[in-house]
Ligand binder design. Structure first.
Ligand code: FMN
Length: 139
């Protein structure tokens, strides 16, 4: 791991699925995960940004957070959970591109429990997979 690299983790969650990924990512990167209520106030090389799908869209709080970002953030890596949709990548990418902030082509997505669907997801395997993903990104 490049120790000079500044990494931040922000996420939004309603039912804690995305929070599970965020905390695993933060652990693998040696930082703390914060919600999107905590603004980015320092230079960041890689911002891991976690979101989910609610009624086919990302939450307005995630949109407001992306709108608050500026050139202090060099690159965003998106991660997400959802019950049906494949990921939030396209929605996050569109908003970031409007701000002129780049997004890594690589993303992490897995299923998230929703009522009776995908019980226990993200599970242990997903946590291992997301941590391996982080190592690949920051190596
Ligand atoms: C109010 C609500 C609406 C949802 N709508 C969708 C949806 O339209 N498409 C989908 O794929 N998943 C949908 N889901 C499932 C969530 O995307 C999934 O459970 C996700 O893992 C939730 O992440 P969170 O626990 O971090 O909030 C919805 C969940 C909730 C609570």
């Amino acid at each position: 791991m490049n120790t000079d690299m500044k990494i931040a983790v922000r996420y939004y969650t309603k039912t804690s699925n995305t929070q599970k990924l965020a905390e695993a990512i933060a652990k693998a990167a040696g930082v703390h995960a914060e919600t999107v209520d905590v603004p980015i106030e320092e230079d960041v090389d890689i911002l891991f940004l976690g979101s989910s799908v609610y009624a086919a869209g990302i939450d307005p709080k995630v949109k407001a957070f992306i709108d608050s970002l500026d050139s202090r953030v060099k690159k965003v890596v998106s991660f997400s959970t959802a019950a049906i949709l494949s990921s939030t990548y396209a929605q996050v990418k569109k908003l970031l591109s409007e701000k002129g902030i780049s997004i890594d082509e690589r993303e992490f997505h897995c299923r998230g429990q929703f009522k009776f669907m995908h019980r226990g997801k993200p599970d242990k395997r997903d946590i291992e997979n997301v941590q391996a993903f982080v190592k690949e990104i920051i190596s």
